[in-house]
Design a protein around this ligand. Structure first.
Ligand code: SF4
Ligand code: SF4
Length: 242
């Protein structure tokens, strides 16, 4: 039984890996990264949230991919629904327009990037995001208020093609806006985002929507497809199957 359950998922992951490698052979402006999340398969385990925190060495107060929970129905017919919420990598992102320092922009492959060296920490983008996908790095450590902060709390994060060590409380990305990058540092090396490879429900798919043969292109044709808050005109690159 277990083998029957696992094998198709292994094939799906392999297919996404192949899609990723094919996309990386193209120029950046010829690929468009999208994420598709099947809400019917999400079991609310928060494995993706935890993997993301570990992968990106996120400090307390910063979560790039929370899983929102909602109770539906009335006792005794009650059930919970779950909604993972990464950055939507909007094609019309309101977070960019309000930045007075030109520290955030959309890359040709669809990822919305932040330059921590340019970010002045004004938090306008945090207020402008309709999805609450941006948070402010206040420089906290998990071991604050204990005798010492261990070195592993100061390990660098690997975002936007650079190492960002946390040696001092005023070094970037401390004092900057931060958000999910679809794990660009992994993707550009041909590795799927951490939330995709760790998802226990196999509910998260990733790939190039400009490739008609990719798995995500097939999923984008589903009648179950929806995007969050489309009325804002943000054109998210994160899709949901409902
Ligand atoms: S979800 Fe928010 S932070 Fe992400 S691109 Fe859209 S507006 Fe910007
Ligand atoms: S893509 Fe990477 S950074 Fe974004 S939510 Fe998933 S694990 Fe976190």
């Amino acid at each position: 039984m277990a083998i029957i359950d696992i094998e198709p998922q292994e094939e799906i992951r392999q297919r996404m890996m192949n899609d990723l490698k094919r996309a990386l052979k193209k120029p950046m402006n010829k690929r468009h990264w999208v994420m598709v999340i099947d809400l019917g398969k999400c079991v609310g385990c928060h494995a993706c949230t935890t993997a993301c925190v570990a992968e990106n060495h996120l400090p307390p107060g910063i979560v790039y991919r929370p899983v929102m929970e909602k109770e539906i129905g009335r006792y005794p017919n009650v059930r919970k629904t779950f909604l993972p919420r990464p950055c939507m990598q909007c094609d019309n992102p309101p977070c960019i327009k309000v930045c007075p320092a030109s520290a955030t922009w959309k890359r040709p492959d669809g990822i919305v990037e932040i330059d921590y060296d340019k970010c002045i920490g004004c938090r306008y983008c945090i207020n402008a995001c309709p999805y609450s996908a941006r948070t402010f790095d206040k420089g906290f450590y998990y071991c604050d208020d204990t005798p010492f902060v261990p070195d592993y709390e100061k390990l660098p994060s690997f975002e936007y093609g650079k190492e960002w060590p946390r040696k001092n409380r005023d070094d970037s990305p401390v004092g900057n806006a931060r958000k999910c990058t679809f794990c660009l540092h992994r993707v550009e090396k041909g590795i799927l985002p951490a939330c995709v490879t760790t998802c226990l429900g196999d509910a998260t798919y990733f790939g190039d929507s400009n490739d008609p043969d990719s798995l995500v292109s097939a999923l984008l044709g589903s009648p179950r497809l929806m995007r969050l808050k489309e009325e804002f005109g943000t054109h998210p690159s994160t899709f949901y199957l409902v």
